[in-house]
Design a protein around this ligand. Structure first.
Ligand SMILES: [Mg+2]
Length: 173
């Protein structure tokens, strides 16, 4: 697989709330492996808000399994996941493949029925694609980030532009 392909999400959405649950189901997806910071809430928000709790509840009511996989530390991820009532993997080391396979094992799911959602091409999308999973990129919730992440964002913007120009990114599954 070319590096550009590995950096290309299968789906690119404004936010998690745009996710078409019916479409995912039709495509055989029953497990959502979601990033936390800037995907579900801003990186500095300690708790899930009520809109997000409703989104989780709807997913679970529709029969989805949901797991949080974050590169952030144990304290942050565990307390958020506990409030959300969801299982989690912290200090995940995305884009390595191991956190994704651990998440699939934890949820007793399968590769071909799992989707990854995240706001970063170089961790969430790259890791998900390397693992052979369906990948969904969302626009980061806020941009108040560490300088290292800001530099990565610039690189991501370049990659996204390049992918769009090549016609890789589509709005549909
Ligand atoms: Mg993130």
């Amino acid at each position: 697989m070319s590096i550009l392909k590995k950096l290309t999400p299968d789906l690119y959405l404004e936010s998690v709330y745009e996710l078409d649950v019916e479409k995912l189901k039709k495509n055989g997806i029953d497990t959502i492996i979601t990033d936390l910071d800037n995907t579900l809430v801003g990186w500095n928000e300690p708790s899930p808000n009520s809109k997000l709790m409703k989104w989780f509840k709807n997913l679970i009511d529709q029969g989805f399994k949901v797991v949080i996989v974050s590169n952030n530390g144990e304290n942050r991820v565990a307390s958020f996941a506990k409030e959300a009532g969801l299982p989690f993997i912290s200090k995940a080391n995305k884009p390595r493949r191991s956190p994704f396979s651990r998440a699939i094992e934890l949820m007793e799911s399968k590769k071909n029925s799992s989707a990854v959602i995240g706001d970063q091409i170089f961790t969430d999308v790259l890791g998900g694609n390397r693992s052979g999973l369906f990948t969904i990129l969302v626009i980061p919730i806020n941009e108040k980030e560490f300088i290292g992440t800001k530099i990565v964002r610039q690189a991501e913007k370049m990659v996204l532009r390049s992918l769009k120009n090549r016609g890789y990114i589509k709005g549909e599954i």
